[in-house]
Design a protein around this ligand. Sequence first.
Ligand code: SF4
Length: 332
Amino acid sequence: MKAIILLSGGLDSTIAAELMDAQGIELLALNFKTPFCLCDRKGSGSCGNYAYKVAIQLGIEFRLINAADDFLEVLKKPKYGYGSNMNPCIDCRILFFRKSKELMRGVGALFIITGEVLGQRPMSQFKRQMDIIEKEAGLEGLVVRPLSAKLLPPTIPEKLGWINREKLLDITGRSRKRQIALAKEFGINDYPCAAGGCLLTDAGFARKVKDLITHDELNLSNIQLLKSGRYFRFSKETKLVVGRNEKENKSLAMLAREGDFVFRPLHIQGPLGIGRGFFDPNLINLSCKIVARYSDRDGNNSAEISYGRIPEAESSLITSPLGEDELERFRV
Ligand code: SF4
């Protein structure tokens, strides 16, 4: 009997995999890549890498599906709305379940397994939402949630005796005590992607994403850009991102493309700024002032900032830094 397990690399889905493995179910681990993975932010690998690591430890086959483009479409206008920030959790789960269903057919799997825990996440892990998600994905009765199964109606695999319901669990809510105890039992000591969720649940990041959606500019390139620094909006079509550290400066340098404006301090240490959109002399001046604000001026009240539109030649100007009040007017 083969099933697909949605494996995040976190504790819950790892325990779900162990429970199903113990019942002799052949598992294929599936993970989805989106631009909003939290693990990327920690700089220690993507969620996909963590899930892969767990799959290797469990000795099961692993697939990673890049769902970025579809996810962005969902994010622009989610049928079931957003959670506390810009997280469209119900539509996101529907998307992942639909893709899992497509894969199910191709690999001969008969059902889906998840590490979901009833009542753990407000937007997508309550019974009513779970029902909506299953129905919209065309997977009614075919999603087994081993951690909470005893609190949910029996699924088709349970009814048909493919799975022994008695050996499934009745965990509910946000406490992780029982999962941690089970992890010990199973000898699981490394569950790197424990936090779950995604960047869209972060209020500050969500504000930036909302800005892109409002300006009809939500695409992968702009998302990567705003993940790499402080974000300033000047007009409907013009924005500036300024690196916060060397890593972000390098990342911005890689992301800059033809037509973008590049701003950087000359002779002193400071950030790289990438401007995207229409820059008139006033906005060039404003951007230089912002880059000067974050440069190491060593007590001086001015800095020389180089600017130029890729691939044209760069010019420079000497400017004072932008004041804090002004800065806040443009910060997203
Ligand atoms: S928090 Fe999880 S379910 Fe919600 S949108 Fe992000 S990845 Fe999807």
